[in-house]
Design a protein around this ligand. Structure first.
Ligand code: SAM
Length: 277
């Protein structure tokens, strides 16, 4: 079957990597594993040998038909669908929180990560192969070169750790980039940090809106009066000249709680105004 370039089809041809990826999901006995983009089934066979059930979501009609012929339907359910439309919550109803795995189609990496974040209640852990630079951003610590909005957003849903990196030669055809596998354990931090999920995520988008600007300037650009911004930064213990990229998420949460508590503070966002409510 020829590769369809638009679907990010680079197939894993490294058996040791297959074992390491599936092994990183932990004990799968009796559990449901969801695979994103199974393609020709490089990971699917190893999953089917270990998991109670595998749900394999593949957009490409040729591959989904091939997978149905390759695996026992009792163990592997092939869903021909765009993963961004897949209902993870419904899939979890039958057998507990899901373990997700995938050598992702790189052209939609960020939307897939956001989809998983939005489906977090149905998920236990994800082991995902992404472009190396994306894994570096997702797992970066505050103050480091790669830390930004993607890092803080992913990490609000639970810790993410890099596992290993593969060269282009581990795939056929080889992609232009190195690929890194990371593990993401779903344990959302909104309750612990005393912030509401929707409001805090919108606040983060404003706080990180312009990379070169200070957090103070980004807040002011979002419509916060200079005096309110200065007072909230001070009470959260954040330096007036700090950039959001250097501030730990605990302090950003304190800042957002402070802003929400102060009368009349309103933050403009790209979609809507956030008001305290
Ligand atoms: N898992 C296989 C492997 O490791 O060899 C294939 C990985 S390949 C990088 C990505 C796979 O995702 C392809 O099979 C592609 O057809 C599929 N895909 C692309 N876009 C998709 C989408 N929106 N939803 C589900 N699968 C998609």
């Amino acid at each position: 079957m020829p590769k369809k370039p638009k679907l990010g089809q680079n197939f894993l041809v490294d058996d040791e990597a297959v074992e390491r990826i599936v092994g990183a999901l932990g004990d799968l006995a009796g559990r449901t594993a969801v695979e994103i983009g199974p393609g020709r089934g490089a990971l699917t066979g190893a999953l089917a040998a270990r998991a109670g059930r595998v749900v394999a979501i593949e957009l490409d009609r040729d591959f989904s038909a091939g997978l149905r012929g390759q695996f026992d339907a009792e163990r592997v359910t092939v869903v021909e669908q765009d993963v961004l439309q897949f209902d993870f919550a419904a899939a979890a109803e039958a057998g507990g929180r899901l373990r997700v795995v995938g050598n992702l189609p790189y052209y939609i990496t960020s939307p897939i990560l956001l989809k998983l974040a939005a489906s977090h209640a149905a998920l236990d852990v994800a082991v995902l192969m992404v472009q190396r630079e994306v894994a570096e951003r997702v797992t970066a610590a505050p103050g480091s070169r790669d830390y930004g909005l993607l890092s803080v957003t992913v990490q609000m849903y639970g810790p993410a750790e890099q596992l290993f990196t593969l060269p282009p030669s581990a795939f056929s055809p080889p992609p232009k980039v190195h690929s890194t596998v990371f593990r993401w354990r779903f344990a959302p931090r909104f309750g612990e940090l005393g912030v509401d999920e929707g409001g805090f995520l919108r606040f983060l988008r404003q706080a990180f809106a312009q990379k070169r600007k200070t957090l103070n300037n980004n807040l002011r650009a979002a419509g916060i009066a200079p005096a309110d911004a200065a007072a909230a930064l001070e009470s959260a213990g954040i330096a007036a000249q700090a950039r959001a990229e250097a501030v730990p998420v605990e302090a950003l949460a304190a800042l957002w709680r402070g802003l929400r508590a102060s009368d009349g503070v309103e933050i403009r966002t790209e979609e809507t105004a956030i008001t305290k409510s």
